[in-house]
Design a protein around this ligand. Structure first.
Ligand SMILES: [Zn+2]
Length: 322
């Protein structure tokens, strides 16, 4: 529990929460009660029914989805969750020197141009400089789904956080488990790592480097996500859709009976043919036929068959491609 330093209300907090958002007045504050100003959001552009339509439309287009999915699916659960992220803009300027691999080529083969009898590899000193601005995104709730951590956030569309706007849709605004100081430190490390990757595109060994890393504008942003659940036939399926952009973050969807039956049937045929080849190769008929090839190809076919069988009976999860 915590007490809001601004409206005096008591509200729930969890272990690890360090930057709190009061659910009554919407003020972002540290656990010591200092007001935090740089608090933004991305507005909701897709109300619940629109997010649901987009989701079913998207699922219907997936391979093997039943054709009556959009007509027959019934939504049984929904909530709007506002996830916190820190965004940090980091200017990095790195001068480096290192060694790159190079080679001398001797004695080209007369009949084969570009092919040499002798190649001597050696290290060659190289130096250079990378100046970049990185926008670092830091998910600020530890126990969240990988796909939610990674989905794109249009930070240029940010506005100051509005408690009234989040309340309008009954949104749950999560506290941040990362403080501003921690966010800046993480951003600095990630920018350093990005610079390292850049240098390694030019040299194979880094001999020395000089980094000037300036962690600039760093702000907290809350992003609304619809967490939906629908029923189709006897199954229940979960999905997450960005309430700002309509982006389908992840979704489970049913496969039509025809699609699954085809998968199972084909899988079974492959498995039987494969098993037949294996038994012929091992000499069930009294003498082995194609002992090595039969065993190998039979094994592969049986395995493929089993994979298809498994895919046929299991459910499919799909994500929008970034
Ligand atoms: Zn308050």
């Amino acid at each position: 529990m915590a007490r809001c330093a601004f409206c005096d209300a008591d509200f729930e907090t969890g272990p690890g929460d360090v930057l709190l958002v009061c659910p009554y007045c919407g003020t972002a504050q540290t656990i010591e009660g200092a007001k935090f100003i740089d608090h933004y959001m991305i507005r909701v552009h897709f109300p619940q029914h629109e997010a649901q339509t987009i989701l079913l439309d998207w699922c219907s287009k997936q391979l093997g989805a039943p054709s009556d999915l959009a007509a027959k699916a019934r939504f049984v659960g929904y909530k709007q969750v506002w996830y916190p992220f820190w965004i940090s803009r980091v200017d990095a300027d790195t001068k480096y020197s290192g060694l790159g691999k190079d080679a001398n080529f001797y004695d080209e083969w007369p009949q084969r141009r570009g092919a040499y009898k002798r190649i001597d590899f050696f290290w060659k000193p190289e130096s250079g400089r990378f100046t970049r601005r990185h926008e670092i995104k830091i998910p600020s709730v530890k126990d969240i789904d990988e796909d939610i951590k990674q989905f794109p956030i249009p930070t240029r569309a940010k506005e100051y956080f509005s408690h009234a706007h989040a309340e309008e849709f009954g949104g749950i605004v999560l506290h941040s488990q990362v403080s501003e100081e921690q966010a800046r430190e993480i951003a600095r490390k990630q920018a350093f790592d990005f610079q390292t990757q850049l240098i390694l595109t030019e040299v194979d060994k880094i001999e020395s480097r000089n980094d000037e890393i300036d962690v600039g504008e760093t702000f907290l942003i809350h992003v609304p996500v619809w967490e939906l659940e629908y029923r189709y036939g006897s199954g229940k399926y979960k999905a997450s859709v960005s309430a700002s952009t309509g982006y389908v973050i992840e979704s489970k969807y049913p496969r039509s009976i025809a699609f699954r039956a085809a998968g199972i049937g084909f899988g079974l045929i492959l498995f039987l043919v494969g098993a037949g080849l294996v038994s012929m190769a091992t000499g069930v008929l009294g003498f082995p036929i194609f002992p090595v090839g039969g065993l190998l190809s039979g094994g592969i076919l049986s395995l493929l068959g089993l994979v298809l069988l498994y895919k046929g009976v299991s459910r499919k999860e799909a994500k929008e491609k970034i």
